[in-house]
Design a protein around this ligand. Structure first.
Ligand code: DQA
Length: 148
């Protein structure tokens, strides 16, 4: 059966390409999605790529993934540093999750150094720009193939 991968993007990531390009790069979220779609197609993986500025919509999306999705890649954006609720949703559905960030959280303000999500994720990829998503895709594929 085809493996299912869900990629969740949090608030303000719809403004990639416009927003603080020196930190987040010039690619739009649509371009990142296209790149992942190409990779998913050639790996025979079904991809659901989602963005929301609303914490509740992200939580609903995680709930709906229960029993349907094999792996989650999430860039929770600012909710990384605030959301016990997103962490609890991920814990509840027990889907292996990879946390990604475009910027390197640990080179930035102290309030970005703590992630509520990292302790419940398989791992965190931070600081590689749009390539963080590519690295996360390979990690997700390895998880779904049972390699890691
Ligand atoms: C981000 C880092 C977060 O601290 C920030 O709030 C974002 C983007 C990143 O991808 O580097 O919105 O998640």
């Amino acid at each position: 059966m085809k493996k299912r991968l869900l990629v969740i993007n949090g608030p303000n990531l719809d403004l990639l390409g416009i927003r603080e390009r020196e930190l987040y790069g010039v690619k739009t979220l649509e371009q990142i999605e296209e790149e992942l779609r190409r990779m998913a197609e050639s790996s025979d993986i079904e991809l659901d790529f989602f963005q929301s500025n609303s914490e509740s919509e992200i939580i609903e999306k995680i709930h709906k993934a229960y029993g349907r999705v094999n792996c989650i890649i999430i860039n929770p954006a600012a909710f990384t540093h605030t959301s016990v609720a997103i962490r609890d949703a991920l814990t509840a559905v027990k889907i292996p999750t990879i946390e990604v960030h475009l910027s390197n959280l640990y080179q930035r303000e102290e309030f970005r150094h703590y992630s509520y999500i990292a302790p419940v994720a398989v791992g965190q990829i931070t600081g590689f720009g749009h390539f963080s998503y590519v690295i996360a895709f390979y990690a997700a594929r390895a998880i779904m193939d049972g390699i890691i």
